[in-house]
Design a protein around this ligand. Structure first.
Ligand SMILES: NC(=O)C1=CN([C@@H]2O[C@H](COP(=O)(O)OP(=O)(O)OC[C@H]3O[C@@H](n4cnc5c(N)ncnc54)[C@H](O)[C@@H]3O)[C@@H](O)[C@H]2O)C=CC1
Ligand SMILES: N[C@@H](CC=O)C(=O)O
Ligand code: NA
Length: 817
C-alpha cells in the first residue's frame, strides 16, 4: 500500500489535474494506493478571508464565495461528461448553500470562532476530494470518496487539533479493511468525538497522508508538489541548487526548520515513527526521482543542504559581573520565555563574559525589554551592559548527518565564508553534529549561501565572477577568448568564468546572471548602461556581493588604479595589465601587496611586463627561492622594438609608429612608448619585484618623442606632426648601419640604477636578432651567474596580452580551491 498526497498547486486547474490523474493511473497499475487531496490551489485562503470579511460586516464576501462556487462548477463541467454531472453538481451546490448560510450567520452575529473557521475551511478539501473522486470514476477507476472527518479523531483544539492516534488508527484500518476501492481522502480535516469538524494545522494535508500511511503500515508515502524534492539550498538565492536525492528524517527536519518549505517536520512524525519512506515528488516532472526521506542517509557527501533564515537579530548580553555567576542563563532564557520569545540560536564562549542569542527581528524590542527588566539591578550597578542588539542578520546552516565524527565540515564552512569576506557574528553547533549554524549579515546572505554551496557541493566546479573595467583592445580580446574557451574550462577544468560588470571610460553595465559572452555588448550598448563612474562601479560590484569576485582592469588609467585598495579590501581578487599602480609610489606598490596578503586575495599582474611572457612570475619564483638579481638587461617594449626593427626595412619612422599603433602594440597614447615612460615603468616594476626599493625618479630615461610633439593636444595631432621627423630617425639608423649595428630601445638595471634608452648594438649582442614586437629579458642572478636566464618572445599585441590576462584569471580559479 502506498499513500499519495497532492497539494493545492497540483490540483489548481484542469491542466494540472490531468497530470495528477496520469500519475494515479500509472501507479495504480503497479500497487494498491490511496490518495489524499488538498483543496484546489488558493481555496482555503479565500474561504478564511471570506469568513473574516463576513465577520467584519463586509458584504464583498458574497462575491468571493460566488467566484469560488463558479470555479468548482466549471471544474466539474470540464472533468465530467454532461450526463454524469448531476450528482457532483448537486453536491457542490449543496455545499455552497451551506456555506452561504454559514457566512450569513457569521455576518449577522459578527462572530467567527476557531471552531467555525475549521468548519468553513473543511469545505475546500471536501469539495476537491469529492469532485476528483467522481472524475476518477469517469476514468474507470474504482474511486471512493472518503471524508477524513469520519476516520481522523482529534481533540477540540480548533485550528491545530491533536490527533488521537489510538482511535484514528483503528478507524482507518477498519474502514480500509471493509471498503474496497481507490480511496480518495480529504486532507487537512478531522473531527472530535462529538463530530465537530477540526483542522490539523499547517501542512495539514501532508499530516493526513502521514496519518493514513502510519495507520495502514504503508510501504511508502509520496508527497506530490510543485518542486522536485528538497533542494540543496534556496533556488532563489543559489542558482546552482539541486535536488537532494536522499535525506534522513532528522536531516529533513533540520532543513525544513530553516525554511525548506517542501515539508513540515510535524507532519512527518507518524510516518517517521514507523520508518515509512517518504518521497517528495514533482507533479510537473513526474519522472524526476525527487527526494527520498527515510532512515537511510544515502550518499557520502559531508553535508546534505545549506539552509538559511532571514529577519534575524542578535542580542548580546555581556558584562564583567556575569563571569562565574550561577543562574545568569536561567534568568536570560526565563525572561525570554515569559515574554513568549522563541530563541533561534545560542552561543556562549567559555570565558562566560557574554551570551549571544539570535531571535526573530520582529521580537527584538520585547526581548531587549524583558532581559533588561530582569537584570535591572545588575545594569544599574554596571555589572552588566545594556543588551546590545545587532539587526539585519541572517542564519546560514550546513546540515547533514555525515558531519558526525567526520572532521572537516566546520573547517570547510568557515574557510569558504572567510575567503569570501563574509563576517561571521556568531556560531552554534550542537553535539548532535547535525547542523552548524553561523550568523552573518543579511547583506552577505546570498554570497554566503553560494560560497557554502560551492564549497560543499560544487568544489569540483568553481565559478569566477569577473568585473571588467576597460573594454578596449585587450578587454574585448579577453572577452572573446573567455567565450571561446569557456565550455572547455567547465568540462575539463571545472572552472566557470562569468562576467557580471563591464565598463569603458564612458559607460558601465552590469548583469546579475552574467553577460552572454558570445554576444557580449559593449558597455554603451548593454541593457541598463549607465555613465561610467569608477566609484559607483566598485560599489555596485560590492553590492552584488558574489563569491569569488575578480576585478580585471584593462585600462591604462590612474583613476582605476586608485581603487585597487578598495577592491582588495573587499576581498575581491585583482588581475591587471595596467602598470599604473605598480609603477606608482613605492608605498603604493608595497601597500597593495601587503593588503592582498592580509586579505587573503590574489593580485596578479603578469602582463605588466612583456605581456603574456612569463616574466613577473619567473622573477617571483627566483626571489621566493632565495636568488638575488644582480643585473637585468631587457628589451621591454613591443612597439619600440617593432618601430626600430621595421625602420631597418626602409619604412619612414612616422609610418612605422602608425603601424605599431594599428597593430595594437602601443599604449593608448603612443607617446607613452616613445617617451620611454612605458619601458621605465616596466623596469621599475621588475626592480621592485627583485626586492629593490626603487622609485620612478631613480630611473634615467631617454625620450624618443621629438620636442615639438610632446605637447600635442591629441594623439591625432601628435601623429600628424611625426613625418617632419622621419629624416632624423633615418639618420640615426644610417649611423648604426654604417657600424654594422642595430638600434634597440632597452633598459638595464644594475647596482640599484636603472637606465632606459636607445642603444646601437653589434651582432654579438643577444638583442641583435630581435624582430617585430619581440621582447627579451636577461636576468643575471647569483644562481644564473655565468650565463643569464633569458626570456624572449612577442611582448605586445592584443592576443598575447589578453591571453596573459586570461591565464592570470584562470590561475585564480586554482588558488582558491
Ligand atoms: N596593447 C598591448 O599590447 C598591451 C597592453 N597592456 C596594457 O593593457 C591596458 C589596455 O590596453 P589597450 O587595450 O591596448 O588599450 P585601449 O585604449 O584599447 O583600451 C583601454 C580601455 O580602457 C577604457 N578606459 C580608459 N580609462 C578608463 C576609466 N577611467 N574607466 C573605465 N575605462 C577606462 C577605455 O575606454 C578603453 O575601453 C593598458 O594598461 C596597457 O598598458 C599591457 C601589455 C600589452
Ligand atoms: N605598449 C607596450 C605594450 C604594453 O605593455 C609595448 O609596446 O610593449
Ligand atoms: Na609578462
Amino acid at each position: 500500500m502506498k499513500i499519495l498526497k497532492f497539494g493545492g498547486s497540483s490540483v489548481a486547474n484542469l491542466e494540472n489535474i490531468r497530470k495528477v490523474f496520469a500519475i494515479i493511473q500509472k501507479q495504480i497499475k503497479k500497487e494498491e494506493i490511496a490518495v489524499v487531496f488538498s483543496a484546489l490551489g488558493g481555496v482555503t485562503e479565500i474561504l478564511l478571508q471570506s469568513a473574516q470579511k463576513a465577520k467584519e460586516g463586509d458584504r464583498s464576501y458574497i462575491d468571493e464565495v460566488k467566484i469560488l462556487e463558479d470555479r468548482h462548477f466549471e471544474l466539474v463541467r470540464q472533468l465530467i461528461p454532461i450526463q454524469s454531472q448531476s450528482t457532483v453538481l448537486t453536491y457542490v451546490k449543496v455545499r455552497f448553500n451551506e456555506l452561504d448560510d454559514l457566512f450569513h450567520g457569521v455576518y449577522l452575529i459578527k462572530e467567527c470562532s476557531a471552531k467555525t473557521l475549521d468548519y468553513v475551511a473543511s469545505f475546500g478539501e471536501r469539495l476537491s476530494a469529492f469532485i476528483l473522486a467522481e472524475a476518477l470514476k469517469i476514468e474507470e477507476l474504482p474511486a471512493v470518496f472518503v471524508d477524513a472527518r469520519d476516520l481522523v479523531r482529534t481533540n477540540n483544539r480548533f485550528g491545530n487539533a491533536k490527533v488521537d492516534f489510538f482511535t484514528t488508527n483503528d478507524l482507518i484500518a477498519d474502514y480500509f479493511h471493509s471498503h474496497p476501492g481507490l480511496k480518495i481522502i480529504t486532507g487537512f480535516i478531522g473531527s472530535t468525538e462529538k463530530g465537530e469538524t477540526t483542522t490539523l494545522g499547517r501542512s495539514g494535508s501532508d499530516y493526513t497522508a502521514a496519518i493514513f500511511a502510519s495507520a495502514l503500515n504503508a510501504d511508502s508515502l509520496e508527497i506530490w508538489t510543485d518542486v522536485s524534492g528538497v533542494l540543496t539550498s534556496d533556488p532563489r538565492l543559489v542558482y546552482s541548487a539541486f535536488t537532494i536525492p536522499q535525506l534522513t528524517y532528522n536531516e529533513a527536519m533540520e532543513l525544513s526548520h530553516f525554511g525548506a518549505k517542501v515539508i513540515f517536520p510535524a507532519t512527518m512524525q507518524p510516518a517517521m515513527r514507523k520508518g515509512i519512506p517518504i518521497y517528495i515528488k514533482n507533479t510537473f516532472d513526474p519522472e524526476n526521482p525527487g527526494t527520498l526521506i527515510s532512515n537511510e542517509s544515502g550518499n557520502g557527501k559531508l553535508i546534505k543542504g545549506i539552509s538559511s533564515m532571514s529577519g534575524i537579530s542578535l542580542l548580546n548580553i555581556q558584562g564583567a559581573g556575569l563571569i562565574e555567576v550561577v543562574g545568569v542563563s536561567r534568568r536570560v532564557f526565563g525572561s525570554l520565555a515569559d515574554a513568549g520569545i522563541n530563541v533561534i540560536l545560542i552561543s556562549q564562549a567559555s570565558s562566560e563574559h557574554s551570551i549571544c542569542i539570535a531571535i526573530k527581528t520582529t521580537e527584538v524590542i520585547a526581548a531587549k525589554e524583558s532581559i533588561e527588566k530582569e537584570f535591572l539591578y545588575e545594569i544599574k550597578n554596571g555589572e552588566m551592559d545594556p543588551v546590545l542588539v545587532v539587526s539585519e542578520m541572517a542564519v546560514v546552516a550546513a546540515v547533514g548527518e555525515n558531519m558526525k565524527h567526520n572532521p572537516g565540515a566546520s573547517g570547510r564552512m568557515f574557510q569558504a565564508l572567510g575567503r569570501n569576506n563574509v563576517n561571521v557574528f556568531a556560531i552554534a553547533q550542537g553535539s548532535s553534529e547535525l547542523n552548524i549554524s553561523a550568523v552573518v549579515s543579511q547583506a552577505d546572505l546570498q554570497k554566503a549561501l553560494n560560497a557554502l554551496h560551492e564549497a560543499f557541493f560544487l568544489s569540483d566546479n568553481k565559478v569566477l565572477h569577473v568585473f571588467l573595467v576597460g573594454v578596449g583592445l585587450i578587454g574585448k580580446t579577453l572577452i572573446r577568448m573567455i567565450a571561446q574557451q569557456r565550455k572547455k574550462l567547465m568540462q575539463e577544468n571545472d572552472l566557470d568564468i562569468q562576467i557580471h560588470g563591464i565598463a569603458n571610460s564612458r559607460y558601465m553595465a552590469f548583469d546579475e546572471d552574467g553577460f552572454d559572452l558570445a554576444n557580449c555588448p559593449l558597455p554603451q550598448d548593454a541593457k541598463g548602461a549607465k555613465p561610467m563612474d569608477i566609484k559607483k562601479f566598485v560599489a555596485q560590484m560590492e553590492e552584488m556581493n558574489f563569491s569569488n569576485s575578480v576585478f580585471v582592469d584593462c585600462t591604462a588609467s590612474q583613476d582605476v588604479a586608485d581603487v585597487y585598495e578598495q577592491v582588495l579590501e573587499a576581498k575581491v581578487a585583482l588581475v591587471t595589465p595596467n602598470k599604473k599602480a605598480n609603477s606608482g609610489s613605492l608605498e603604493t606598490y608595497k601597500g597593495l601587496k601587503k593588503l592582498a596578503y592580509k586579505r587573503g586575495v590574489k593580485f596578479l599582474y603578469e602582463t605588466n611586463v612583456a605581456a603574456g611572457l612569463p616574466v613577473i612570475s619567473t622573477l617571483q619564483d627566483l626571489m621566493l627561492c632565495g636568488d638575488k638579481v644582480l643585473r637585468i638587461e631587457a628589451v621591454l617594449s613591443g612597439s619600440m622594438n617593432f618601430i626600430f626593427s621595421e625602420l631597418e626595412k626602409g619604412t619612414p619612422f612616422s609610418e612605422v609608429v602608425k603601424q605599431a599603433k594599428e597593430k595594437g602594440y602601443t599604449e593608448p597614447d603612443p607617446r607613452d612608448d616613445l617617451s620611454g615612460m612605458d619601458v621605465g615603468r616596466k623596469i621599475l616594476i621588475l626592480g621592485r619585484e627583485a626586492e629593490q626599493d626603487l622609485q620612478f625618479e631613480d630611473i634615467q630615461i631617454q625620450s624618443m618623442v621629438p620636442a615639438d610633439c610632446v605637447d600635442a593636444q591629441s594623439v591625432e595631432e601628435f601623429m600628424a606632426k611625426l613625418p617632419a621627423h622621419d629624416a632624423e630617425f633615418a639618420h640615426l639608423l644610417a649611423e648604426a648601419k654604417s657600424k654594422g649595428e642595430k638600434l634597440r630601445f632597452m633598459a638595464t638595471l644594475e647596482n640599484g640604477k636603472a637606465m632606459v634608452g636607445l642603444r646601437s648594438i653589434d651582432s654579438s649582442h643577444p638583442f641583435y636578432t630581435l624582430k617585430g614586437s619581440d621582447n627579451m629579458i636577461l636576468f643575471t642572478t647569483e644562481r644564473y651567474h655565468d650565463f643569464p636566464m633569458i626570456i624572449r618572445g612577442p611582448g605586445a599585441g592584443a592576443d598575447v596580452t589578453a591571453a596573459g590576462v586570461f591565464a592570470d584569471v584562470i590561475r585564480l580559479g586554482n588558488f582558491s580551491r
